[in-house]
Write a protein that binds this ligand. Structure first.
Ligand SMILES: C[S@@+](CC[C@H](N)C(=O)[O-])C[C@H]1O[C@@H](n2cnc3c(N)ncnc32)[C@H](O)[C@@H]1O
Length: 344
């Protein structure tokens, strides 16, 4: 039997990126994060993986490499707290410590490859100085690094979510993002959500709706139960206002008097049933379902992120929204992982 490539997930959150790698037949050996709720979800859905709740800016990479041998790949998304540079270098200071810890893990473990995910504007920060520094940091460790901003909707995810992905390879190999197959048709929010009920259901209830799209078939597979589908009971005023916004519309569709009732430019936005969703957030509650007068449930948000229905979120509802909204869409990670394997 060919052994599966072993993956260490740093800043793992609930494990969106890990799930994608798992779907591409990698073995996730360990997920590290300092957020217990997300790790509980991670553990529930990655039963054979170890978890470690720790501050990655404090933990020594050697502690991990001594316990977990033969790690082939390191993946992860260190939260970007802004970067500080001195001269032309990213320096070792407070604001850079999470990014630096990712670099230090790569330095210690020397994996065959790494995948680091971040916000798209990391590419343009400091007119590209940050991006060039990141590439340089890893080049000094013997990796060739390619970076690209990918729009998830081109990889089977019903969401226009853009993420910057840095892929580093050893032995002078260069990752070619162009090998990742892009979709010719995009998946709409209706294709993603139309088989989920309008109202709340108890965890574990049967999904009685027919499967209405190929995407729903993929999300449900043989799992026909619904979890994490508790609707938000908005105030009557909120319901009245959002009911005036058409499918795909926003605050501009409201009477002038109501247009400024929320002080953000994304306020009162409805998903467009015929298009992929816009980037879902971690629960700010400004985006509404394309048909119902409420924000999407956790399960609907998970569908938009391409988490299958058997991936169950634990913790409070607020925490669940945050876990979902933080994640790398599993299908995006899977597409990348499939191509990555060709280089290993
Ligand atoms: C963008 S999210 C990662 C999402 C994950 N890659 C996924 O696909 O589900 C970033 C994660 O970094 C974690 N984090 C932030 N600071 C940390 C620290 N000092 N040590 C460990 N984890 C940290 C957060 O708790 C959060 O789960």
């Amino acid at each position: 039997m060919i052994r599966k490539y072993k993956v260490l997930d740093l800043f793992s959150g609930c494990g969106g990126m890990s799930l994608g790698f798992e779907q591409a037949n990698f073995e996730i050996v360990l997920g590290i994060d300092n957020w217990n709720d997300a790790l509980m979800t991670f553990q529930k859905n990655h039963k054979n993986t170890s978890i470690l709740c720790a501050d990655l800016s404090k933990i020594k990479p050697s502690v991990i490499s001594e316990k977990y041998k033969n790690i082939d790949i390191i993946i992860g998304g260190p939260p970007c707290q802004g970067f500080s540079i001195a001269g032309k270098r990213i320096i070792d200071d407070e604001r850079n410590k999470l990014y630096k810890s990712f670099v230090n893990f790569v330095k210690e473990i020397k994996p065959k490859a790494f995948v680091m995910e971040n916000v798209p504007n990391i590419i343009s920060m400091g007119s590209g100085i940050i991006k060039n520094n990141i590439i340089k940091d890893f080049e000094e460790l013997g990796y060739k690094v390619e970076v690209k901003v990918l729009n998830s909707s081109l990889y089977g995810v019903p969401q226009n979510r853009k993420r910057a992905l840095f892929v580093g390879l050893k032995n002078n190999q260069i990752f070619d993002f162009a090998k990742m197959q892009t979709a010719t048709t995009l998946i709409s929010s209706k294709e993603a959500l139309s088989d989920l009920p309008k109202d709340s259901v108890n965890d574990g209830s049967e999904n009685k709706s027919l499967i209405l799209s190929n995407y729903q078939k993929l999300m449900r597979k043989s799992f026909n139960l619904i979890f994490n589908h508790t609707i938000t009971n908005h105030k009557e005023k909120t319901i009245n206002i959002i009911s005036m916004v058409p499918d795909g519309g926003n605050y501009k569709n409201l009477p002038k008097l109501l247009q400024n009732t929320r002080k953000v430019n994304i306020a009162w936005t409805r998903l467009n049933s015929n298009k992929p969703s816009f980037t879902i957030d971690t629960g700010h509650r400004h985006h509404f379902h394309y048909l119902y007068n409420r924000v999407p449930t956790v399960r609907e948000s998970a569908r938009i992120q391409s988490f299958p229905d058997n991936f169950i979120f634990l913790g409070s509802k607020t925490s669940q929204y945050k876990q979902v909204g933080n994640a790398v869409p599993p299908l995006l990670a899977k597409e990348l992982a499939i191509i990555l394997k060709e280089y290993l």
